[in-house]
Design a protein around this ligand. Structure first.
Ligand SMILES: [Zn+2]
Length: 601
């Protein structure tokens, strides 16, 4: 094998969870936090010179980078070995630093909010601060909502054993999930949640998928009360915190975090909703190809294997070459970057037990590197995931030279570069199809993404709205949560499926993430946003690379609406932009319907 399937973490901090270098950096971080705190306390923004402001920002920069560096490393240890108890302890020590930083940040934001408008305008025009004005103004806005320093300190201290604890409690329960499975040799094995999920959604044999789906549902429903408790308290904690800050609208935080207007999100969903019938028809057609009348939940992502078609697979090395080669056609810089990531072993791809499920990309600002986590087992889908995560890493890489404050892009645009990278690979795979059967198979693989964005993620958005509304009134029982989930799925899929996934809310990590609520609509936003960019790129040809990088570099310096206006000349609050992206998906669906017609007669 040419490229390593395990990531290199030693070059960040040698020694894994026992790393002395990590301990040293964490001690240094404590001192820097203290220094930052003292400087912020002494600061008199109205009378001190701008230099003092800049000094504080410089220190903030060092701390922010240190936090990400250590946090990414510890996170990497935890996800690559869920039984690394030492890493859990280190994570505990690391988390304890948050309150001190948050306290200093609170004081900083409050001081910004106390600066009068005239002085603020003057400050934001100084050469030292001009480029940071968007982000600093956001911090000043948030400062207005803060309670007293003492109160904020109490809340962030309680967060550790509240909000954050519920989220890591979820991980602990998931680690205990075991799905029994009879393997190919007839031996009974137990699969981790991640392994079972991949097999359940990806196996070519419908009976394997159906059998696993039943066991999968059972595994989550066996612990349903623990999951319901966890979800109730996690979101309950969040709602209480919002209420303490005088915020009644649970969508305010996710919208502000994503720098989006509610109007934009509404325009996006309503345009999608109006275009769903062809998607349901597509799902029904796919079910018919499996010999069923209507789509079953677990068959949505199943491969379509017609005739004597062999399903295409890529070894890790082949995937690497394919990605590098196809990125090159859109952006040589992106291609060179991906090559580097493979050469330097930035990717943890091995398929083995004891790993957390899912995939992610994490940044290491002190060394200006990224690391990618996933489980790779040679499918076309996983090539797409690999490209997706490399897209994230590329996005970070074009911003490393900028101030941390301007690198702080939100989740909705964070998915822009990743989805874009994924689209490049999906289309390249499609073009390389040698037979009609293979083309159908690959079109379907490409469609899975769009369908997840329009249907599944819409269901999550509907569900979370319903859950938050109910949770505002009191605790919600496991049964109620489960029926809310089914209702949401039926609404999102226009009631077009033969079966649903009632315990999806327990099985999906995204509902249990502590740092941001509503870990769903930004995905769909990012998907359609990059469809728009992809269409633009195809039109532009060779001039595109620099424009694309310029757009990525602006992702944390303006609102999403401004970003679209500036770089794509479109208005996100109107349906047109969304419809254009959806039309690209509908064109693929049309092609699929035509190609498959003869198989269902
Ligand atoms: Zn992503």
């Amino acid at each position: 094998m040419k490229y390593a399937i395990n990531w290199d973490l030693d070059s960040i901090f040698p020694g894994g969870s026992n790393s002395q270098e990590l301990q040293n950096r964490m001690v240094e971080l404590d001192n820097q936090i203290k220094e930052y705190h003292d400087k912020v306390i002494d600061w008199k923004p109205e009378s001190d010179s701008v230099d003092k402001f800049v000094e504080i920002l410089d220190l903030q920069e060092v701390i922010s980078k240190g936090f990400s560096q250590c946090g990414s490393f510890i996170g990497a240890l935890l996800s690559s070995d869920i039984n690394d108890d030492k890493a859990k302890l280190v994570y505990g020590d690391f988390s304890k630093k948050y309150p001190a930083v948050q306290l200093a940040q609170t004081i900083f934001s409050k001081k910004l909010s106390e600066i009068d408008d005239e002085k603020w305008t003057e400050l934001m025009l100084t050469p030292e601060l001009k480029d940071l004005s968007f982000r600093l103004s956001e911090i000043r806005r948030d400062g207005n909502e803060l309670l007293s320093e003492a109160e904020e300190n109490i809340i962030s201290t309680l967060n550790l054993d509240g909000l954050n604890a519920w989220s890591s409690h979820y991980d602990t329960i998931v680690a205990s999930i075991e799905i029994p499975y009879i393997d190919e040799e007839g031996k009974e094995v137990s699969l981790s949640a991640g392994q079972a999920f991949n097999k359940m959604m990806g196996d070519a044999d419908a009976s394997v998928r159906a059998d696993l789906f039943e066991k999968w549902e059972k595994a989550w429903s066996d612990k349903v009360d623990v999951f319901a408790d966890t979800l109730n308290h996690l979101d309950g904690f969040r709602l209480s915190t919002q209420k303490l800050h005088g915020v009644d609208d649970y969508l305010k935080q996710p919208l502000e975090y994503n720098r989006l207007k509610e109007e934009t999100v509404d325009a996006m969903w309503s345009t999608i909703q109006a275009n769903k019938q062809p998607i349901v028809d597509y799902l029904t057609r796919k079910a018919q190809l499996f010999g069923k009348d209507k789509m079953e939940w677990q068959d949505q992502d199943a491969p379509i294997v017609l005739g004597d078609m062999e399903e295409r697979t890529y070894t890790f090395d082949q995937a690497a070459e394919f990605i590098v080669e196809n990125f090159e056609k859109f952006s040589p810089k992106m291609s060179k970057f991906a090559q580097e990531a493979f050469d330097k072993s930035w990717i943890e791809a091995e398929d083995r037990p004891g790993k957390r499920p899912g995939g992610y990309c994490t940044g290491l600002p002190e060394t200006q590197e990224s690391r990618i986590f996933m489980t790779y087992s040679n499918s076309v889908n996983e090539v797409a995931t690999l490209a997706h995560e490399l897209g994230h890493a590329f996005h970070s890489s074009v911003m490393w030279d900028m101030p941390s404050l301007n690198q702080d892009y939100a989740m909705n645009v964070a998915e822009t570069a990743s989805t874009f990278a994924e689209l490049i690979v999906a289309d390249a795979t499609l073009k390389s199809a040698k037979t009609k059967e293979e083309k159908i198979n690959l079109l379907d693989v490409k469609m899975q993404n769009a369908i997840a964005m329009f249907m599944n993620i819409h269901a999550r958005y509907i569900f979370e709205n319903a859950f938050y509304q109910a949770r505002q009134k009191g605790l919600v029982s496991a049964d109620e949560i489960t029926s809310m989930m089914v209702e949401a799925q039926k609404e999102a899929y226009l009631d077009g499926l033969a079966s649903y996934h009632p315990h999806f809310w327990a099985a999906k990590l995204h509902f249990f993430i502590d740092d941001v609520p509503f870990y769903n609509f930004p995905y769909t936003f990012g998907y359609l946003f990059s469809m728009g960019i992809y269409a633009y790129a195809n039109k532009k040809g060779s001039n595109f690379e620099d424009e694309y990088i310029a757009l990525l570099r602006d992702t944390a310096s303006m609102t999403s609406e401004e970003l679209a206006e500036k770089h794509l000349q479109v208005d996100l609050t109107k349906p047109d932009f969304w419809q254009a992206g959806i039309d690209m998906v509908l064109a693929d669906i049309n092609e699929f319907m035509e190609l498959t017609e003869e198989y269902v007669k």
